[in-house]
Design a protein around this ligand. Structure first.
Ligand SMILES: Cc1cc2nc3c(=O)[nH]c(=O)nc-3n(C[C@H](O)[C@H](O)[C@H](O)COP(=O)(O)OP(=O)(O)OC[C@H]3O[C@@H](n4cnc5c(N)ncnc54)[C@H](O)[C@@H]3O)c2cc1C
Length: 245
């Protein structure tokens, strides 16, 4: 018997290359990262809903931030590319620098982490709620849901201030239309419907809050009302304090 337990391997930084930067609305960018061959093992085997950790040099020294992956793992395996969707926070230390990346920029990135994921055997009904840039992991989860032909329905609630700031809205609408039996999309626009409350979520979602797993990502205000409204356990990821992006 070995005397010492094996030391867990610490994740190490890899260098990925920006292959695209696309404006997705006011202060919203979608960045595509190419995963070089030597980093494929570390980056391509992730679970939908996980995030990357990105490190940049800032005037105050190196700083790292988490950005959820918006690509279904099956698509990443096929293309060797991973997308992230970033809200540019005015005055923020890192996100304004991400928005200035251009194709060819080298980026230091840790392999995917995070527990906002469905088990491989999870079946519908599942409810996945994303607010602001919190829709990013939900996009990967929805893509994987249809790619792997999961049974039952995935309901996606996309909370954004307005249509202009609804990152990935077109992609989600196309997915829900093409897979109407398995993905349902419910857009909530806070400029029109107001910020979600426990009561408004219960009105909108009814039994969907009781039927199966509930996942939510985004601002803390949204995560807390979803936790209060849901009748079962909630898997959550708080992106930042406060309310909408
Ligand atoms: C697990 C996880 C996954 C995340 N995934 C994403 C993602 O997919 N896309 C994404 O854009 N961000 C995501 N974030 C948030 C991201 O990591 C950074 O916190 C964000 O980009 C701000 O970093 P910054 O250095 O620009 O601002 P900072 O200098 O760190 O912060 C400046 C101020 O802005 C506030 N703030 C931070 N984010 C926002 C926001 N979105 N809107 C309004 N105010 C904000 C902070 O609370 C702080 O008060 C995630 C966070 C976590 C913990």
């Amino acid at each position: 018997m070995p005397l010492l337990a094996p030391t867990p391997r610490r994740p190490r930084w890899h260098r990925l290359v920006v292959s695209g930067v696309e404006s997705a609305g006011p202060d919203l960018v979608i960045v595509t990262l190419d995963v070089p061959e030597e980093a494929r093992d570390a980056f391509i085997r992730y679970d939908a809903g996980q995030y990357l950790t990105v490190r940049v040099d800032t005037p105050g020294g190196p700083a790292s931030r988490s950005y959820s992956i918006a690509t279904a793992p099956s698509a990443a395996r096929a293309t060797g590319r991973i997308r992230i969707g970033v809200t540019v926070v005015p005055g923020g230390q890192v996100s304004p620098l991400v928005a200035r990346w251009a194709p060819g920029t080298d980026v230091d990135v840790l392999p995917p982490l995070g527990d906002l994921v469905l088990t491989p055997r999870a079946r519908g009904p599942v409810l996945a709620i994303g607010g602001g840039s919190g829709i990013t992991p939900v996009v990967a989860i929805a893509g994987e849901w249809v790619e792997t032909g999961r049974d039952g329905r995935l309901t996606v609630v996309h909370v954004a201030r307005d249509d202009e700031r609804a990152m990935f809205a077109g992609e989600l609408a196309a997915l829900a239309e093409a897979h109407a039996g398995s993905v349902e999309l419910l857009p909530v626009r806070t400029a029109v419907h107001g910020w979600p409350t426990e009561q408004s979520l219960r009105r909108l979602l009814g039994d969907r809050l009781r039927g199966g797993p509930v996942l939510v990502a985004g601002p803390e205000g949204l995560v807390r009302v979803v936790e209060a409204a849901a009748d079962g356990p909630v898997l959550s990821e708080v992106f930042h304090g406060g309310h909408p992006d």
